[in-house]
Design a protein around this ligand. Structure first.
Ligand code: GAL
Length: 356
């Protein structure tokens, strides 16, 4: 009777008896739901497209493209201690932090952050771009704190001594070096850091060791010693590197813009390659389109050797802000391709199972 009265005054109270009987319904879901709208702790859809996750002092920081309408060009940062609940932090970069080039604004895609223990700086690399996708530079920014404001340092093409590009090259590679588009960062066990990026107009992937501050390439650049060309003329994008059993894996997508395509897992004994393409890690329905997504990162779970989460974007080109995050458990391959089965819902307890 009392509840009915309340319910008329305040409709959500109609749910009260249900919630008293099943308190679990009141808790936020502690699970991943790939492709569903993923809300932050303030109830807003997470905007961290093309992103990557940094683990620092018991906290995860997720950086990505903020495509909130009116905010394109900024890098958002979220923090979490459990990988399910993400709190939105201050923007790492806003549009006004970015340079204008030839009077035209730039924007950010696929930002990634790593920590440099020597300089104690958080270092962000990103694909810095302009409309038309001809600018194609690495943007580099630093911050003293993971959730602070980053200072934009410079925009470069890391490798300038590439093989003779033709003068008519539309991306000005003969002048400035190989293009820098889809990218990722990787820190190896010895603390050395590497940028992986689609170069040569996306035809060939470059791997470049960073300098001691992580703010540029190691110099002097020597091919196959400080940088290398891999997956040559294979047109691969969305590089998502990880290391397992002493081998370097590189999951990539094909190059079809916002349209999803087939992923590939490539493996090498040396970080600079050569990489052997092992094939598609996805299985079953929609495997040919990576379940409608494109790779962006692989997160190695700290303190859990051999446990990895594949992070991908389900792009919605008609409404990019509504693009979805897809996180899936990755089974790393030994002497064969990794496996990436689909799960409608899953949680971290899956990793305790013998097979998944
Ligand atoms: C994709 C790339 C995205 C974005 C898009 C633009 O191939 O992976 O990051 O650049 O093209 O069309």
């Amino acid at each position: 009777m009392l509840i009915q009265l309340f319910s008329r005054l305040c409709p959500p109270l109609r749910l009260l008896p249900l919630l008293v009987a099943f308190p679990a319904l009141m808790q936020a879901a502690q699970e991943f739901r790939p492709g569903e709208v993923w809300l932050d702790t303030a109830g807003k859809p997470i905007q961290a497209h093309g992103g990557g996750v940094l683990y620092y002092k018991q906290t995860y920081y997720w950086y990505g493209e903020d495509r909130t309408p009116g905010n394109h060009g900024a890098v958002a940062c979220y923090s979490s201690t459990n990988l399910y609940d993400w709190k939105r932090e201050a923007a790492s970069l806003t549009g006004s932090d970015l340079p204008s080039v030839d009077g035209k604004p730039t924007f950010v895609e696929r930002p990634k952050v790593i920590y440099n223990p020597r300089t104690r700086k958080f270092v962000m690399w990103m694909h810095l771009e302009q409309n038309g996708y001809g600018y194609s530079r690495a943007g580099i920014a630093i911050s003293d704190t993971p959730n602070g404001h980053f200072q934009f340092l410079k925009a470069i093409r890391p490798v300038v001594n590439t093989n003779a590009f033709k003068p008519k090259d539309g991306d000005n590679q003969h002048l400035y070096g190989g293009t820098f588009r889809d990218m990722n960062l990787f820190v190896d066990d010895d603390g050395k850091a590497y940028a992986f990026y689609s170069s040569e107009g996306n035809w060939t992937m470059y791997i470049v060791r960073l300098n001691a501050d992580f703010t540029g390439p190691e110099l002097p650049a020597v091919e196959n010693q400080t940088w290398s060309r891999v997956l040559v003329r294979q047109m691969r994008e969305g590089p998502a590197p990880f290391k397992f059993n002493g081998q370097y894996h590189l999951i990539t997508s094909a190059c079809t813009g916002w349209k999803p395509n087939k992923a590939d897992d490539a493996v090498a004994d040396n970080i600079f390659g050569p990489y052997k393409q092992l094939g598609n890690p996805c299985i079953g329905e929609s495997a040919e389109t990576t379940y409608g997504t494109q790779s962006t990162s692989v997160l190695a779970l700290p303190d859990h050797p051999g446990k990895f989460i594949f992070i991908a974007d389900e792009w919605h080109p008609q409404n990019l802000p509504d693009s979805r995050q897809v996180w899936l458990p990755l089974v790393p391959g030994t002497n064969g391709p990794s496996r990436l089965p689909w799960h409608d819902r899953w949680d971290l307890s899956l990793f305790a199972q013998k097979s998944y």
